[in-house]
Design a binder for this molecule. Structure first.
Ligand SMILES: Nc1ncnc2c1ncn2[C@@H]1O[C@H](COP(=O)(O)OP(=O)(O)O)[C@@H](O)[C@H]1O
Ligand SMILES: [Mg+2]
Length: 418
């Protein structure tokens, strides 16, 4: 059973992988019961109610035996852990699943497990920002404890800037709630950033791919752009990255299934930004092919179903993806130059995921990209150059909009972007 939300980009890739691997799947989807009819092969669940969702899965499994319950993203990981536990299937302990998606618990567990972490402190939107600003080191980064895709993550170099970004973060994370919301402040870790895709089996880590992120990520916001694999870092650094990832997974208690770890490397060594108990998000996994052409999801579903993982070596010399950032808030009108961009050698495909005539919002408030550019080739350098060239050939039309929901303001207030 694959657990997911209706908005996830990930379900289709996992369904296709299961089909190719000859594994039957049912989706456990966070859905109101009334809508379930529109979703074939689906068990409707309520992700905010872990106990009830677990009961439904266990009931379902009584007449339809399951060999695995797996979350395709962070949203269902607590339920996957709880259901796996009750059904006696390989699973991560619920506490580990929780630590892997709550940044505050993660920092504490990493520290307790002896893994290097930056200075951090948990605050709440009810704390006085001026008092917070007096307590923390600079430069620092504020972040919500439970969002992803860099939403709400902002750098501040001075107390004045920090007060400002705390206000901005508070508007973002308090939108649906009057309750105080938690957020972290961490010291800013300079350095080169990488992302590691791995899979755990009984606590043993197998590295599937290491991505370099060649664009500098120095803030004030942290939009992801280019991911390139294999990494160009020296072998010894790559070994240290693997070692640190394994230590971090151990510290969190993660033992089975996919992990996605993000790290920064500087003169002081390898620093974990985070380790999630899931595979890479968005459409990025499309860059990866293993053995004779298996997808990342095929490896993951095979392992979950108790089958051999197969060949975990990457097939291509190099590959990469560019997540196309949203440059400004507005109404997305369309994109020109796709043919030209596709004509760049090594470019495999371009997927524009933003919907025409819909409002788009950039980071730190936004939660999406304009689309993805994929490339494959002989070397990381050439793949990176191709992605940049293709991106340069695309031009996006974004009409300024009065009062797009940027910067935490609501529709109706007057903000002009353009
Ligand atoms: N302490 C930090 N120092 C420097 N950069 C950071 C720090 N924390 C986060 N970042 C940057 O922000 C990005 C997103 O933060 P992260 O903690 O990974 O949250 P998310 O779940 O949104 O990905 C990171 O990939 C990194 O570029
Ligand atoms: Mg991250």
């Amino acid at each position: 059973m694959l657990l997911t939300t209706v908005r996830s980009y990930r379900l289709e890739a996992f369904r296709a992988a299961a089909e190719r691997a000859g594994i039957q799947v049912i989706a456990g989807v966070d859905l109101p019961d009334e809508l379930a009819g529109q979703w074939p092969d689906t068990l409707p669940l309520t992700f905010t109610d872990v106990e009830e969702s677990t009961r439904r899965i266990v009931d379902y499994a009584a007449s339809n035996p399951l060999s695995a319950v797996m979350a395709v993203d962070d949203s269902g990981s607590l339920i996957a852990a709880a259901a796996g536990h009750v059904l006696g299937l390989p699973h991560n302990e619920p506490a580990a699943a929780e630590a892997a998606r709550d940044k505050a618990i993660m920092r504490r567990q990493l520290q307790a497990g002896g893994v290097a972490v930056p200075w951090f402190h948990l605050f709440s939107t009810s704390d006085d920002p001026a008092e917070v600003a007096a307590l923390v080191p600079y430069p620092c980064v504020v972040k919500p404890t439970n969002l992803n895709g860099s939403r709400g993550v902002m750098r501040a170099d001075t107390p004045g800037q920090l007060v400002e970004v705390i206000g901005r973060l508070s508007r973002l994370i308090s939108r649906e709630s009057v309750e105080p919301r938690p957020y972290l402040v961490e010291s800013f870790l300079p350095g080169f950033e990488v992302a590691l895709e791995g899979i755990l089996d009984n606590g043993e880590l197998t590295v599937l791919a290491l991505f370099d992120k060649p664009d500098p990520l120095d803030g004030p916001f942290f939009e992801e752009t280019i991911y390139i694999t294999p990494s160009r870092l020296p072998t010894a650094t790559q070994a240290a990255i693997e070692f640190t990832t394994a230590a971090a997974a151990r510290a969190l208690g993660l033992r089975v299934g996919p992990i996605h770890a993000e790290m920064r490397i500087n003169d002081d060594g390898v620093w974990i930004l985070e380790v999630a108990g899931r595979s890479i998000g968005g459409l990025c996994s499309q860059t990866l092919r293993f053995g004779v052409g298996d997808t990342l999801e095929e490896l993951i579903v095979r392992q979950a179903a108790g089958l051999p993982l197969g060949d975990t070596h990457q097939r291509d010399g190099a590959s990469g993806v560019m997540m196309i950032p949203i440059p400004q808030a507005g109404l997305f009108r369309g994109v020109a130059g796709i043919e030209d961009a596709l004509a760049v050698p090594l470019i495999d495909s371009i997927e524009i995921t933003a919907r025409t005539n819909y409002p788009i919002v950039p980071l730190p408030e936004g939660d999406s990209y304009l689309g993805f550019i994929f490339a494959r080739g002989d070397s990381p350098e050439n793949v990176e150059a191709a992605l940049r060239e293709a991106h340069g050939r695309l031009s996006f039309t974004i009409d300024p909009l009065l009062s797009v929901l940027s910067d935490g303001t609501t529709m109706g207030s007057v903000n002009f972007y353009g």
